[in-house]
Ligand binder design. Structure first.
Ligand code: BYC
Length: 332
């Protein structure tokens, strides 16, 4: 836990000390340097990081489900191996992020409880179903593409453990995006039926992918504070725009269209104009009422309960090692 408390203070020296700590913290942020776990930090900064990093970690773990759905039905051994590797990477991302969050004084067990009890969120995108094999490609291309847009700037976030986790995550996400795009390219070079399957999948995922960046800036309660603290480096709308500009030429190359009649290049702005997603839908999905929310959480809860014996065995083993540290040697 942070050293900060909001108790009323009587000791003026302590007040001065805290003001000095806060000034040091602000100076580090202003110099775009990193805050590290043992540094003093305001309680609001710590809470915001726990919220964002935990939500990010949960997204990686829940994000294994929609694609995991196709593991047993991949059309070839090669496709299966690639998908398996990708899904395993997501588990790894979740673990780096839970570890980063633990440096802020919350345990992974507590975070997992908060997820399965609905007290913390995960990305809206994973509450949509994967209805065809093309969805595996579309998730790689658009969902991982959106994740890269969002996460590359987070490599420069002000909290050290989060930024360092992001560097590795981004490298792996680039591979994920490539595998998705390559899969779709292959399908687009196939039959009319396969091409139609890709277009149908892109039509379903385009708007939910735009929602991944969060509400518009004027409806985003956290952005201003998070920017001032250097936790976020860009606003939600800035990143959404970057994603649209990046995706349009990729769609043209692939031979698909996006389901947005307002999408067009704006010469003056040097960027694409585009329509707005259905923000009421985002609110519904975030508050638990998306197509797959109940299923995703039920599955996560079941996996957690099924894993209880592993956690118990590991704790019993660790306790025995502490009591009899030579046990392991005797076995050799
Ligand atoms: N979904 O004030 P705002 C992946 C919430 S994993 C759900 O703008 P903020 C991948 C927001 O939390 C991708 N909730 O918030 C994995 C806040 O609620 P609370 C995950 C959302 O934090 C496997 C409220 O709405 N990436 O790529 O400043 C396979 C107001 O929003 C969403 C990350 O988590 C949403 N879409 O900005 C494939 C990136 N949008 O907590 C791929 C890290 C908003 O106040 N996170 N909310 O009750 C971020 O960059 C920021 O947290 C966000 C939101 C841009 C998402």
């Amino acid at each position: 836990m942070s050293t900060s408390t909001r108790e009323p203070r009587t000791d003026p020296d302590e007040h001065d000390r805290e003001a000095a700590l806060e000034a040091d913290f602000e100076a580090v942020i202003a110099r775009h340097e990193r805050i590290e776990p043992r540094d003093w930090m305001p309680e609001g900064y710590r809470r915001t990081l726990v919220r964002q990093i935990a939500q990010h970690a949960h997204s990686e773990i829940i994000g294994m489900q929609p694609e995991g759905n196709w593991l047993t039905r991949a059309p070839s051994l090669r496709r299966k191996a690639v998908l398996l590797a990708k899904v395993q990477d997501e588990a790894g991302h979740g673990l780096y992020l839970y570890s980063a969050c633990e440096t802020l004084g919350v345990s992974r067990a507590e975070l997992t409880d908060m997820l399965i009890e609905g007290r913390q969120k995960y990305s809206s995108i994973f509450n949509y179903p994967t209805l065809s094999y093309a969805d595996v490609g579309t998730i790689g291309w658009l969902v991982d593409g959106a994740a890269i847009c969002n996460q590359v700037p987070l490599c420069r976030t002000s909290y050290g453990p989060y930024g360092r986790a992001m560097i590795r995550v981004c490298k792996e996400e680039s591979f994920h995006q490539r595998q998705g795009y390559e899969l779709l390219m292959t399908m687009m070079a196939g039959t009319d039926e396969q091409r139609a399957m890709v277009q149908e999948s892109v039509d379903r995922f385009w708007w939910p992918a735009l929602m991944m960046f969060g509400p518009p800036d004027d409806a985003s309660p956290n952005t201003a504070r998070s920017l001032a603290w250097g936790i976020k480096r860009n606003t939600n709308d800035e990143l959404r725009q970057k994603f649209v500009d990046m995706s349009v030429p990729q769609a043209e190359r692939l031979g698909v269209t996006f389901p947005d009649p307002q999408l067009r290049w704006n010469e003056e702005r040097g960027a694409h104009d585009f329509g707005q997603p259905d923000w009421d839908e985002l609110t519904r999905v975030i508050s638990g009422d998306g197509p797959c929310n109940a299923e995703r959480i039920a599955h996560r809860r079941r996996a957690h309960e099924d894993g209880a014996w592993v956690r118990e065995a590991a704790s019993a083993y660790a306790a025995r090692q502490q009591e009899h540290p030579h046990d392991q040697k005797e076995q050799h």
